[in-house]
Each structure stands twice: as C-alpha cells, then as structure tokens.
Design a protein around this ligand. Structure first.
Ligand code: FES
Length: 115
C-alpha cells in the first residue's frame, strides 16, 4: 500500500518539513525522508506530497506538469494522481507513494511510515 493518506495514524510519524510561508501556491519543495525522494506541491493552497520517482523508469517526477490533481512525468508522459499516488496513464503501471500533509502551528508536516 503506497497511499499513506489512508493509512492508520498509528503507523505514521509526522515530520516537520518547512514553515507554511516557504511553500506558497505554485511552488514545489524537494527533500528526502529515510532516503526516499519526496516532492511537496502547493496547488492553490492544497498541499500534496508524493514520491519523486516515476515507477516507469525511475526518472525524477516532481518537476512534471500539473493537470487538475495529477502530475505528468516529464520523461515519457505517465500520469499519477496526486491524492492517491495511483498510476493513471501508461507507460507507468505501478503507483507512487502519496503522503498525508498537515499544517500544525503554521509548520508543514508530512506523515511517513514509522521506521
Ligand atoms: S520515467 Fe516517467 S514515464 Fe518514463
């Protein structure tokens, strides 16, 4: 299961990522947690965090074009749902991780599986 947005809260730990002011609408922030590349994306005030690796050929995904609530891989055009991580267009057939995002005291936090 890669959609951690629906995971049991007990299985996740929330980590501070950045002050909310550092990720305004239209911006993306790239970082790693437990060696996993992740991109945080702000679309008109909605925050999404997904794995930054395309499952088609392991290319970087986070700079891809956004259409509605999906991201398009810049390499070969696979498309992933930002809310669920689901691969919704070939050539990718495997989902990517999607992480829950919350804001606590104006700090953006991401929920990742506990180690
Ligand atoms: S690496 Fe993303 S579609 Fe090929």
């Amino acid at each position: 299961m890669l959609n951690y947005r629906i995971a049991d809260g007990e299985s996740l730990e929330y980590l501070n990522i950045c002050p909310l002011e550092e990720i305004s609408s239209g911006e993306r922030l790239f970082f790693e947690i437990h060696d996993q590349p992740i991109v945080l994306i702000n679309i008109a005030g909605m925050l999404y965090a997904i794995g930054d690796v395309c499952t088609h050929d392991n290319g970087p995904l986070g700079d891809g074009e956004i259409e509605e609530k999906s991201i398009i891989c810049p390499r070969h055009g696979a498309r992933f749902d930002l809310e669920t991580g689901r691969a919704v267009r070939l050539p990718a057939i495997q989902d990517i991780p999607a992480y829950p995002v919350r804001v606590v005291d104006r700090v953006v936090q991401i929920g990742v599986p506990k180690k």
